[in-house]
Design a protein around this ligand. Structure first.
Ligand SMILES: C[S@@+](CC[C@H](N)C(=O)[O-])C[C@H]1O[C@@H](n2cnc3c(N)ncnc32)[C@H](O)[C@@H]1O
Length: 227
């Protein structure tokens, strides 16, 4: 199967994207564990997709940016005035410096052939002392042959994806003034068994059991004193 570009892939995936799957469920749980209470914070979701994670976030202000106009359009109806979504590239965010206390970049960075420019931008828009949370499809899942796929009609499509080693994330983030504070991963397990059961694929669940599928990294932006 040849992989679709990000723009072509998410154009097709947009109408059905907001349905959860095993990876998105595990990712949501990890990010919830790593995210501080949002009340009063200025939140950016860089690569927000349909903006589903901004719904009811409780943040003081919430902004989403995504490369795919179709993804933003698909989610726009569900989001009220609680969040603003913009079309833009995480490697050139259409946002001012130091404007956010919490920045998410969720399941996006693996779509980029190199991640330094994205980290430079995440670091630029993060305020001193801000937390930046980056998640990705786990390299071990890729190594085991798993791919970023979705079903459209009766066809399964793959979206382009690149594996970035942990050291690559860490070094790119450090160059942007972001220091690694926490690393977590999520594996296929009972929390997502219902997704396999619903698809009638419990034999596959047994095969996948224990496979890490999501990697989550939390960074802190240096505060003004440099700590
Ligand atoms: C797997 S989806 C994740 C969406 C959202 N973060 C979520 O968790 O629901 C990946 C998203 O990254 C977006 N994306 C990929 N490359 C991007 C880039 N260079 N700049 C901004 N968004 C990008 C895609 O358009 C897509 O909406």
């Amino acid at each position: 199967m040849s992989a679709l570009s990000v723009l072509d892939g998410y154009r097709l995936w947009a109408p059905t994207y907001s349905a959860e799957n095993a990876v998105s469920e595990l990712e949501t749980r990890l990010v919830a564990e790593m995210t501080p209470p949002l009340a009063g914070l200025r939140l950016l979701d860089a690569g927000c997709g349909t903006g589903r994670r901004l719904l009811g976030s409780g943040a003081a202000t919430a902004v989403g940016v995504d490369l795919s106009p179709e993804m933003i359009e698909a989610g726009q109806g569900a989001l009220g005035p609680e969040a603003r979504m913009l079309v833009g590239d995480v490697r050139a965010l259409p946002l001012a410096d130091a404007g956010f206390d919490l920045v998410w970049c969720r399941l996006v960075i693996g779509h980029l052939p190199e991640c330094a420019r994205a980290y430079a931008e995440l670091g630029r828009v993060a305020a001193p002392g801000a937390r930046v949370i980056v998640t990705d499809f786990h390299p071990a899942a890729h190594e085991a042959g798993h791919r970023r796929t979705f079903r459209h009609g009766d066809q399964v499509h793959e979206v382009e994806h690149y594996v970035h080693a942990l050291a690559t994330h860490r070094d790119a983030a450090a160059a942007a003034g972001l220091h690694l504070a926490d690393i977590r991963e999520a594996q296929i397990g009972p929390a997502v068994r219902p997704f396999y059961a619903q698809a009638g694929r419990l034999a596959l669940y047994e095969q996948h059991l224990g496979l890490p599928v999501v990697l989550a990294l939390a960074f802190e932006k240096k505060d003004r004193c440099g700590s």
